[in-house]
Design a protein around this ligand. Structure first.
Ligand code: 9G3
Length: 569
């Protein structure tokens, strides 16, 4: 490719809407142009990167036994009505009607589509295990699409679905996918961690998310520096922590706490440590109000509350709910006297408290000397905390660390959730009808590209891992007016192409500085500059984008050197 022909409209300035570096750099490098919120044109440089990521994904999926197919993007509502999900997903689902008024959606995922396809074609255990996948646009009407390709409303996903005879078979498929994902993200040059994750609406125990570690990541993860343990903070197991409080023989005592709503205000006013207070948070779910209790110095994990009560929708209750349904006051909510008005769930560490302080369910009032079980009985007691850095690793006891992650892949054990709902059964060796045991496995292909930029960039621009770079080498003649230089550049360009290197020739009539800045911005892993030295002394200058290293190499040796460099980048 010649830079004079390349459609990559670079920008000097970046629109303010681009908040993360990958979005900023893709706009500046002429790789992305917005069509609407969360919907983009992938310009040629981007499309080259996406095709390379897809090629790596395909190789590993095929190697693991997957067969690629392509399912429709547009899906009939009937499929989703059969699993009951048509009404579960609200505004997030893009819905449309055909000319006859029939309802469809633009596929946010394909469990329904693939399971109905397989149920009509697979009848015997001999046809299992089966792994089918596609690489296809997905559509999810995010409330706040942002961060460019990191959270789009249209995005490219590889989704594979496995069908097995039994759970042992699912374990094998799951492990094959887990290992294939590890190879894929390594080959893409990404630093990542597979973290234990919450199964969400799918439920089920087995779920891992593959997180690219980056400060701009939306996911919070905890990981152990000393062992393999890592988990999405939504799922991370909180240990039951002891409390250094002593039982009090005193009865419950109301105390005036005018205007003291938050834990900070109450602890300062009453001169008690946060560890000795009980925090009460009211949530609204489709089953009614749930009040979750945690020690004042801990944070409640709403995903754990949601899973404990089995709610699909959960959100913070508002003051009116607290007033009307609990007869309490926001900021002075407490568990004492709430029995029968809502479901009370307590984090396990609350139950070790004694002589505690909590809201009195009256304006400007708290209670002292609260004894769990004596003064209130939770409906359920479980681990409801957000685990924090420094807490003991549930596997080896070391202090946990936290990081931000960009979720680029997820692997789920579905068991028979969809095969029972959709009656996707097979006859086992004894002729007995059984539901297929399924797994589903997604990779955000476009999000992986953005994550690679988030993880590999500097002040000058993108630093592509060689395996997914739009071009591996940029050949830059310093002076395109110098016929000899241009001829040498053309020769080297031809030799690299003949050697199978993805090479761009910057034949533009621009000052060298402009060419070098563009090469650094777009992030070609290797740059070959041809200046007067090249002609006079038969040398070429090779620059590594990653570490800035510049090598002067004889023209007779540059090809081998470039290939060596690319192998390690
Ligand atoms: C919907 C909408 C959004 C959704 C879903 C359904 C997420 C939905 C979960 C998954 C699970 C796996 C296969 C590939 C890997 C992930 N958002 N999920 O089911 F209707 Cl609007 O997609 N699916």
């Amino acid at each position: 490719m010649r830079a004079s022909k390349l459609f990559a409209p670079t920008l000097r300035e970046v629109p303010a809407e681009a908040e993360v570096v990958s979005h900023q750099l893709m706009l500046r490098a002429g790789m992305l142009r917005k069509a609407a919120g969360g919907i983009y044109n992938y310009l040629p440089l981007t499309w080259r990167v996406l095709k390379k990521i897809e090629a790596i994904v395909r190789e590993e999926m095929d190697e693991a036994g997957g067969q690629e197919l392509l399912m429709p993007i547009i899906q009939p509502a009937e499929l989703w009505q059969e699993t009951g999900r048509w009404d579960v997903y609200g505004d997030e689902m893009f819905r449309l009607q055909d000319r006859h008024g029939r309802n469809f959606c633009l596929g946010p995922t394909h469990e329904e589509m693939i399971t109905t396809l397989v149920r009509s074609e697979v009848r015997s255990y001999r046809q299992l295990p089966l792994m089918l996948y596609q690489i296809q646009n997905k559509y999810r009407d995010e409330i706040r699409p942002r961060f460019g390709l990191m959270r789009g409303r249209e995005f490219i996903m590889k989704d594979l679905y496995s069908f097995d005879r039994d759970e042992a078979g699912l374990e094998v498929s799951y492990r094959k996918m887990y290992d294939a994902y590890t190879r894929i993200f390594n080959r893409c040059g990404l630093k990542f961690r597979a973290v234990e994750a919450d199964g969400g609406a799918i439920g089920g125990t087995g779920t891992h998310e593959f997180m690219v570690i980056a400060e701009s990541g939306e996911a919070a993860i905890v990981f152990c520096p000393d062992c393999e343990y890592a988990a999405n903070v939504e799922k991370a197991e909180g240990q039951v922590l002891p409390s250094n409080t002593e039982p009090s023989s005193q009865d419950l005592t109301p105390v005036a706490t005018p205007g003291k709503r938050s834990i900070e205000e109450v602890t300062a006013f009453l001169k008690v440590p946060a560890e000795q207070t009980i925090k009460s948070i009211a949530f609204r779910t489709e089953h009614g109000l749930v009040v979750a209790l945690a020690r004042g110095d801990h944070e409640i994990n709403d995903v754990k509350v949601q899973n404990l009560v089995g709610a699909i929708q959960i959100e913070l209750a508002d003051e009116a709910d607290i007033q009307r349904e609990l007869g309490s006051v926001a900021g002075f909510l407490g568990p004492v006297g709430l029995a029968g008005k809502c479901t009370i769930v307590a984090d396990s560490s609350v139950m070790n408290l004694h002589d505690a302080v909590c809201g009195a369910n009256k304006p400007d009032e708290h209670l002292l000397h609260v004894e769990p079980l004596r003064d209130f009985k939770p409906d359920q007691i479980a681990d409801l905390r957000m685990v924090k850095a420094g807490e003991p690793c549930p596997r080896c006891g070391s202090a946990l660390a936290t990081a931000r992650g960009i979720e680029v892949g997820q692997v789920f054990k579905l068991f028979t959730k969809y095969s029972e709902a959709l009656k996707a059964t097979f006859l086992d060796e004894n002729g007995k009808e059984k539901p297929m045991v399924m797994g589903c496995y997604g990779i955000g292909v476009s999000r992986t590209m953005a994550a690679a930029i988030e993880q590999h960039n500097d002040a000058d621009g993108i630093i592509w891992p060689a395996a997914i770079a739009p071009f591996q080498v940029a050949v830059v003649p310093i002076n395109t007016k110098d016929e000899a230089q241009l001829q040498l550049a053309e020769r080297i360009y031809g030799e690299l192409k003949a050697a199978g290197v993805d090479v761009l020739l910057d034949d533009r009539n621009e000052r060298p500085g402009v060419k070098f800045k563009d090469a650094d911005l777009i992030g070609y892993p290797v740059r070959i500059a041809l200046g007067p030295k090249a002609l006079a002394e038969g040398m070429v200058e090779i620059k590594c984008r990653r570490d800035g290293q510049v090598l002067l190499v004889p023209q007779t040796e540059y090809l081998q050197k470039v290939q060596e460099l690319l192998a390690g980048l």
